[in-house]
Design a protein around this ligand. Structure first.
Ligand SMILES: Cc1ncc(COP(=O)(O)O)c(C=O)c1O
Length: 399
């Protein structure tokens, strides 16, 4: 039995756990290893049939017509912004409460990221804020499904249709999520995913772009392979590989694709387990007035990439940093997602962005703590997180 009212480890008490529990962790099983070994024994290590098999299975899972694999989620974003036809002089409206890669991908194409504030209830981009920022230079909106909760896609798609611009969804957190029964990956013009080890499935490093548009898919395939038009070689049957556009080496290997395909077979069970853990957190935290549990949505299937807990700092003597340190001292590997992109030194210097630009995102970011959430967490792990949060908040609260 744990001492819930005990002294926090940061103040000299005994930590809730002896070993650090990370906020996310990959799960690689024997079937994954066998799938990778099979490729290693075969003829193709890259550019072979395992890539196609993974792409087809992925497209099928998210309900998209085409899926194009990339070497990372960041490369996938770069490809998507390129395939949306975005270039110098263009603007893309993006959420500031995201990983840097979302906004960076806009800059890679020479365009300007424009930060639209979030809805403080959902932590996702606010369509009203997007509407106010639309300009003749706006070429796309990039919603980020924060923590795995889908953005209000009906409103964003309507806005985009009216303004005749693209929607590039950053779904790095949202593999398996659904909006009004429709799967994320088949809604926007282009949707990107990441297979970093903390994500729902992993290929070590890797990413995917999905689209309903075969022409954009062809542009993505060229972009990930030096701008080479492969069809030319196939048609002519020669050694020639004609480069028809600027491109990169952003290919995902067969080794990685075999791992991704194998992981995809277990996606659903992982999503179910993630939802169970999130519900246990909600049930434990909703009655603690110092805490704001993670938002959920009646119209959405949440993918629960992580659990964003917000602190009501007005009710605490301790600030977020001290609370963070106190949870770490309990060996709970909390994180903070994110410092809003517009507050990073590079963005401040390059685009002149400042605090005050997106007040809701800034306020949320000051209160956020990411709690561990991954399918292999045991019931004891979940209980340890709850115990540690209760212990630390009782120590930190004003009354
Ligand atoms: C919202 C978001 N977008 C993009 C990325 C980039 O993905 P990757 O790390 O696979 O390049 C991440 C990765 O953490 C992310 O969280």
């Amino acid at each position: 039995m744990k001492d819930v009212d005990g002294i926090p480890a940061v103040a000299g008490g005994k930590p809730v756990r002896e070993r650090m529990l990370p906020y996310g962790r990959q799960h690689v099983d024997e079937s994954d290893i066998a799938a990778v070994v099979e490729v290693l024994r075969g003829d193709w290590l890259t550019n072979g049939p395992a890539v196609t098999r993974f792409e087809e299975a992925f497209a099928d899972r998210v309900g998209a017509r085409c899926a194009v694999a990339f070497s990372s989620g960041t490369a996938a974003l770069h490809g998507a912004v390129h395939a949306a036809g975005i270039g110098p002089g263009d603007e893309v409206i993006v959420s500031p409460l995201t990983f840097l890669a979302s906004a960076n991908s806009i800059g890679y194409c020479g365009a300007t990221p424009v930060f639209a504030d979030i809805d403080p209830t959902t932590l996702n981009i606010d369509p009203n804020a997007v509407k106010k920022l639309l300009s003749p230079r706006t070429k796309a909106v990039m919603p980020v499904h924060f923590a795995g909760l889908p953005c209000p896609m009906d409103r964003l798609l309507a806005l985009a249709a009216e303004a005749n611009i693209c929607i590039i969804e950053d779904a790095a957190h949202a593999l398996g999520a659904e909006w009004c029964g429709q799967r994320i990956g088949a809604l926007g013009t282009l949707t990107t995913f990441s297979f970093h080890p903390v994500k729902h499935i992993t290929t070590g490093e890797g990413g995917m772009v999905t689209t309903q548009d075969p022409e954009r898919a062809a542009a993505l395939r060229r972009f990930r392979n030096h701008g080479i038009e492969r069809e030319v070689r196939q048609r002519q049957g020669t050694w020639r590989q004609d480069m028809v556009a600027y491109g990169f080496n952003y290919r995902l290997s067969d080794i990685q694709s075999a791992l991704g395909w194998s992981q995809l077979q277990r996606l659903e069970e992982g999503l179910v387990r993630r939802a169970v853990i999130a519900e246990q957190y909600r049930a434990a935290f909703w009655e603690m007035e110092q805490l704001i549990p993670a938002p959920t949505g009646a119209q959405a299937r949440h993918a629960w990439h992580f659990y964003p807990l917000r602190l009501r700092l007005e009710m605490l003597w301790k600030d977020r940093e001290t609370t963070f340190e106190a949870l770490r001292a309990e060996n709970i590997g909390v994180g903070v997602h994110y410092l809003p992109v517009h507050l990073h030194p590079y963005y401040r210097d390059r685009f002149g962005t400042r605090r005050g630009l997106c007040p809701a995102a800034e306020d949320a970011a000051d209160r956020l703590l990411t709690l561990p959430l991954f399918p292999q967490m045991t019931d004891q792990d979940v209980s340890d997180v709850i115990t540690a949060v209760r212990k630390v908040i009782r120590w930190a609260r004003k009354s």
